[in-house]
Design a protein around this ligand. Sequence first.
Ligand SMILES: [Zn+2]
Length: 299
Amino acid sequence: MRIATLALLAFFVPSAAAGQGLSAADVWQAGKPAKELFGGMKAAAPVAARAIGTYAKGCLSGALALPVEGPTWQAMRLSRNRNWGHPELIAYLERLANKVPQVAGWPGLLVGDLAQPRGGPMLSGHASHQLGLDADVWLTPMPSLLIPRAEREEFPPQLMVRRDRKDIDPAAWTPTHWRVIKAAAEDPIVERVLVNAAIKKALCRDAQDDRGWLQKVRPIYGHDYHMHIRIRCPKDSPECQPQEPVVPGDGCGKELDWWFTDAVLYPPPAPLDAPKPKPKPPLTMADLPQSCRQVLLAK
Ligand SMILES: [Zn+2]
């Protein structure tokens, strides 16, 4: 039995390594977590670029890989193989990275996770990032020297938020940070930029007369060392389901207060005898749009 399993693996692994699609039998297997299928893909679906589904239940064909380094960026944590995105996201990131030396004097950007080669749910981290339209960009300036690829696995990001979580850390935050976030948000294809509420508070305080871009920058938990950039559904992707538009206004002032209440910053621990919340069952192919099966099968 063990030998038979090994023989099967020997048969399947080289085809996955070559980036070829799965077999119909694999994809049709009811109940199998979709993250196991998408998490195993090594290369893009070699068909037209399409973002399919919603940001947290979808997939991606025709992805491009962000080159692991360019003149003004370096991709981080390369072993995760998550530097893939819709061509519009890749073009956007290169555009943004090229602006950064001029707007902020940084040598460039450190880029974290985008999506897997065929998007979809991931084996670890991130509920979204499934369509190839989301990118995590660090708030640590790129060093002017190339970080060796192996070191990019461990290279520590700089935390931007103070220990008490009520504001940014003045030792980390500089005026260049809001300029980079402004440049990221101003691009017309960007729908949202998600940052820690303390960072949003700092942006509200630091932004000068031109404040329209603040509307796209929304507070969220975590995100204390990177911004999460989300671009809109591309025109080539009729099955991409857009999110609700961001609410009007700059989102500053009283709207932010809730994020700094004790209930949010220091939630009381659940009583020991409280029933444990059931973990959500993982997404299966039945939860994703039908077309995502074709994305896995494409060779
Ligand atoms: Zn993210």
